[in-house]
Design a protein around this ligand. Structure first.
Ligand code: F6R
Length: 616
């Protein structure tokens, strides 16, 4: 939530800042602003409510002088509504200092009272302004922007990334972070700061991650990192694994459409290099290898789509590795005095690696002695950095706010983990593991078939249904999390009431919702599955059809049993039952996107949301 960019160098800082903000806009889009130093060293600033385009138009209509030092911000409002006045930057030292912020300053009310008492005036309703005024006052005392930032952050509670520039410190931008994201981009004679690497990947793929409670000072030819006590600190360098074109729309009508089209690659790239001779090759897990045979429980933590991926993982890991797996929403776990110990492997699932609820849950788990593994899509993010081990998903940058390709990549990583545990613990023999991996490696091609064959029909259905008020999703076994994911996508993209249910739960209440015309998507288990689930779900379809539901079944090729009872059947290729979620979810992603499109909505930036939820 909130995107942050900083730049020092010989180039046009506005060009860098606006380019970076465009790539970070998914982090918040209710207002945007910049502050730059002119060649003469005066601060010029512009900030506007609305999406970034409003600011860009304003700046092209009346440009500001730009001397190569600047900061930029795109906001998701927490304190104070989305107005020009509450947009960042905020100012201190009588307008000589500009500051931007991501996060929440929890003690801002006390600090504000103190600053008012000291005669300072506030222009906004934000928590951020206290930090701007405090850094400004400290700069007046010290004449040193880094020290002024250090003195300020010592006084702040909560989570924050702050960037500041001062007109008496040309060519300097100072950043600080506590539990909020900040990465450094290393250029030639220029340096960058950003909430994530997307902010600067167009200019450099050399990046550095900095730790908790650290302050970074960038100049065109230097980067210095200290901790909040003022001691020098180490920052580790890494190369960004993708280039700027991966985060471009590239002719697609939306990032979401592009990212759904990339679902086969997200799975294939997450498998790449991790399967050798029919066995898993997960050297990334070396840091927790000592406990993998001793753990008595796996606990998967995540929020939203990431938690649903975790739920698919539960079915697979339990089936293969015969170890109990619990899946919990990070925010519920953290505050309920959970029981865990050093024999629990805590697996966090997070696309961004910055979700505050999940970060706090991981920290808590570590405090309780659990070992932690992060499944994450973002290099240099905080959660992998603070975990014992990380298994990166290689879905590439996900720009649309709602997750699609990240989900299939997360599920794939959990499958790899499950098969790895199964072979270590001897619950599957080498042949069994090899057979599952061979099936898994065939999945990307099958997803491609679904994307290519089902999208047009789903789009037609979505357009017919554009005025529908409520859609239900049913699934069973691994189809249940897929139903939850289908409902979440529809809610957040098309703003339609949608619920996902376990099909077995239907008669325990939800069937009362069925009335003539109610649209119900049903994820149908494979008839080849030895369990009787297919028959049971077909019976469920008959029960809801008898009460007037319009049923759209997602069923595998050749499943003729559903045909008489479904109004529409969307076909998916045959796959082993545990891998079906990777196929069945695709039409539901397409449906959410197409229904939102039919309603004329912005599928990449749904209302009220932001990607990377960095506040609790
Ligand atoms: C839904 C969606 C969210 C995220 C959730 C966790 O489409 O995108 O539910 O899945 O906010 O985000 P990460 O994976 O970044 O921790």
């Amino acid at each position: 939530m909130c995107g942050i960019v900083g730049y020092v160098g010989p180039g046009s800082s506005l060009e860098v800042l606006l380019g970076g903000l465009k790539r970070l806009e998914y982090r918040g889009y209710d207002s945007a602003g910049v502050a730059v130093l002119s060649p003469e060293g005066a601060i010029g600033s512009r900030k506007r409510a609305g999406k970034l385009g409003v600011l860009v138009d304003d700046l092209s209509a009346s440009p500001i002088a730009d001397g190569g030092t600047g900061i930029g911000h795109t906001r998701w409002a927490t304190h104070g509504g989305p107005t020009d006045g509450n947009a960042h930057p905020h100012f201190g030292d009588d307008g000589r200092l500009a500051l931007i912020h991501n996060g929440i300053i929890e003690n801002f009310a006390e600090l504000k009272a103190e600053l008012l008492e000291a005669g300072e005036q506030f222009e906004s309703e934000t928590d951020t302004e206290v930090a701007a005024l405090l850094v400004g006052r400290a700069f007046r005392e010290t004449g040193d922007l880094t020290e002024a930032m250090r003195r300020t952050v010592e006084r702040l509670d909560g989570a924050f990334t702050l960037l500041a520039l001062h007109q008496d410190a040309p060519g300097v931008v100072v950043g600080a972070r506590r539990s909020s994201p900040l990465v450094i981009g290393l250029g030639e004679g220029e340096n960058f700061l950003g909430s994530d690497v997307a902010a600067f990947v167009e200019h450099t793929r050399r990046a550095m991650e900095i730790g908790q409670d650290q302050i970074v000072t960038i100049r065109p030819d230097s980067v210095e990192v200290i901790d909040f006590a003022g001691n020098p600190a180490e920052a580790s360098e890494f190369e960004v694994a993708w280039d700027a074109s991966a985060a471009e729309k590239g002719g697609w009508p939306s990032f979401m459409k592009k990212e759904i089209d990339e679902e086969p690659d997200a799975v294939a790239n997450t498998l790449l290099g991790r399967v050798h001779d029919g066995a898993t090759a997960l050297t990334e897990l070396d840091a927790v290898a000592d406990i993998l045979t001793d753990i008595d429980r796996v606990l998967v933590l995540g929020c939203g789509t990431a938690a649903y991926a975790g739920l698919v993982g539960k079915y697979a890991i339990e089936a293969w590795a015969r170890i109990p797996v619990d899946v919990e929403l990070s925010h519920e776990f953290r505050y309920r005095d959970p029981v865990l110990n050093e024999r629990t492997l805590v697996v966090s699932v997070s696309q961004s690696g910055e979700t505050m609820d999940t970060l706090m849950a991981v920290r808590y788990a570590r405090e309780q002695g659990a070992r932690t593994l992060s499944i994450c899509n973002t290099q240099g993010a905080t959660i992998p950095r603070e975990s014992d081990a990380v298994l990166y998903t290689h879905a590439g940058p996900e720009v649309a706010v709602a997750s699609t390709k990240a989900f299939v990549a997360q599920v794939t990583a959990l499958y790899l983990l499950g098969l790895h545990l199964a072979s270590l613990r001897g619950t599957l023999d080498a042949e069994g593991v090899a057979a599952q991996l061979a099936e898994l490696e065939a999945v990307p091609g099958k997803i491609r078939t679904v994307v290519d064959s089902a999208s047009a029909r789903i789009a037609e259905l979505a357009h017919w249904m554009s005025d529908t008020q409520s859609v239900l999703f049913l699934g069973r076994h691994v189809g249940y999390p897929v139903a939850l994911e289908g409902a979440l996508k529809l809610k957040e993209l098309a703003y339609i009431h949608a619920e996902g249910f376990a099909a077995g739960e239907l008669k325990h209440g939800p069937i009362a919702l069925i009335e003539p015309g109610q649209i119900v998507f049903v994820v149908v288990p494979s008839p080849r599955d030895p369990s009787s689930l297919h028959k049971k779900v077909v019976s469920n379809i008959q029960e809801i059809r008898a009460r007037g539901a319009r049923v759209i079944a997602i069923a595998e090729l050749g499943d003729v049993a559903v045909v008489p009872y479904a109004d529409e059947v969307i076909r998916i290729p045959l796959a082993a039952p545990l891998f079906e979620p990777l196929l069945a979810v695709v039409p539901l992603h397409v449906f959410g996107m197409e229904l939102a499109t039919a309603k004329g909505l912005d599928v990449d930036q749904p209302r009220n949301l932001a990607k990377s939820v960095t506040v609790e």
